[in-house]
Design a binder for this molecule. Structure first.
Ligand code: PMP
Length: 433
């Protein structure tokens, strides 16, 4: 019988290796995991006491760093009231307050909020809202989605079907996924006027398919897992106009970009537009707990609620979890109480300055930064094991994939730590040549 509560690091690492799936991992050929036992501020502490500066914000989410006193206090206060209660027929102040705040912060057209428990589910909810809307108003033929190549919207079935069907992570499921329509992702860079070629591709697709299209779904401004590409706000603006012209709903997946990461509170603000449906997640709770939200307009809510079912057909067990909602409220308080725009600009200028030193390296194809996101795109795929060992040697936590070495640090990172993070990244990339 194992002594579960007094396991040595070697023991629990072995249990992990034997039994636990990690994201996109092999159980037969497991890679060595980095054992983290605590985290505070921008530092992760490993089992042997080593500290690493976190360059990932646990995948866009830990914007205030780890173990933040204000978020801890919100969690403790909510725990002493209740950590969870069902949401069917019951409500509570944490969810109601969060809903009101999200409506107040996002574009004015978004007035109704569905609170779920992960980014992928927020996307499922968005797709179901669009489909149930058209069904409810008698346009049952509008069942398909239009998405961008290199897009990524999550790992559940509805979301997978909107990810790039060729280069994306889910192509082996293509045969059982609903078939949607895909358009080349915009090549026009952030800040530029959308090119004729980009607009022609999306216009043609909308013109040809609008009668069967329920919605267009995009990650605004930043295509994340599909290549960390930054694209034109003008393209987004014109896509909004096309959706109106062809009567197709527009879904923005702001799960990665929401809450300031691109320099605006929400990336749609770069284009000064509103989607019909917006998905939020990741940084919503400052990375403390899994929580997500899907917002929609009155038009969609009215269409659904005046329709055959009269209700929206979704209701997960942990919907509106009070603990997560309270932490989300505290996380939004923290963000808004800070001079977050100036702070993101500070981070962006350090990222630009420091990561530019990688540009002359022969292995580097491109260096790009936007807000608190820095990307070094290599000419060839990285050797993950080798480069990760270098990062850890240099005291930083990074998780590159494919040709991309990218960082999205916690917003609380100080100049000195950020400079050290960037210099370590550039040095590791240089040593890999
Ligand atoms: N959409 C985007 C743009 C994302 O980056 C992610 C997560 N990487 C998701 C959806 C899915 O969110 P989750 O992992 O919380 O299900």
């Amino acid at each position: 019988m194992s002594d579960y509560h007094n396991a040595t690091t070697e023991q629990w690492l072995q249990w992990d290796k034997d039994h636990i799936w990690h994201p996109y991992s092999s159980m037969l050929n497991p890679v060595e995991m980095i054992p983290v036992v605590s985290a505070k501020g921008v530092r992760l502490t490993l089992a042997d006491g080593t500290e690493l500066i976190d360059g990932m914000s646990s995948w866009w989410s830990a914007i205030h760093g780890y173990n933040h006193p204000a978020l801890n206090a919100a969690a403790t206060a909510q725990l002493s009231d209740m950590s969870h209660v069902m949401f069917g027929g019951i409500t509570h102040p944490a969810a109601a307050t969060l809903g009101k705040r999200l409506v107040d912060l996002t574009p004015a057209a978004l007035t109704k909020v569905f609170i779920s428990d992960s980014g992928s589910v927020a996307v499922e909810v968005a797709i179901k809202m669009a489909l149930q809307y058209w069904y409810s108003i008698g346009k049952q033929h509008k069942t398909r989605l239009l998405a961008l190549r290199n897009g990524y919207h999550g790992d559940t079935f509805g979301a997978m079907a909107t990810c790039d069907p060729v280069t994306g992570m889910h192509h082996l499921f293509n045969k059982v996924l609903p078939s949607h329509i895909f358009v080349e992702s915009p090549r026009t860079a952030f800040g530029d006027t959308a090119s004729d070629a980009d607009m022609a591709a999306i216009t043609t697709a909308l013109k040809e398919h609008h009668q069967e299209l329920a919605a267009v779904i995009v990650e605004p401004i930043v295509q994340g897992a599909g290549g960390m590409k930054f694209y034109s706000g003008d393209y987004l603006r014109r896509l909004r106009a096309l959706c109106d012209e062809y009567d197709v709903l527009l879904i923005h997946d702001e799960i990665a970009t929401g809450f300031g990461r691109t320099g605006k509170l929400f990336a749609c603000e770069h284009a000064e537009i509103s989607p019909d449906i917006m998905c939020l997640g990741k940084a919503l709770t400052g990375g403390y707990l899994s929580l997500a939200a899907t917002l929609c307009s009155d038009r969609i809510a009215e269409g659904i609620c005046n329709g055959e079912a009269g209700v929206f057909m979704h209701g997960p067990t942990f919907m509106g979890n009070p603990l997560a909602c309270s932490i989300a409220n505290a996380s939004i308080d923290l963000l808004l109480a800070s001079d977050w725009q100036a702070n993101i600009q500070r981070i962006e200028s350090i990222l630009r300055e420091e990561l530019s030193h990688a540009a002359p390296l022969s292995s580097v194809a491109n260096v790009r930064c936007l807000g608190a996101i820095g990307v070094i795109e290599l000419k060839d795929n990285v050797d993950m094991t080798s480069i990760q060992a270098r990062f850890i040697d240099k005291g930083i936590w990074m998780r590159p994939f494919g040709k991309l070495v990218y960082t999205m640090p916690p917003y609380i990172i100080g100049d000195q730590d950020l400079t050290q993070l960037c210099r370590s990244i550039v040095a590791a990339v240089a040593e890999e040549e």
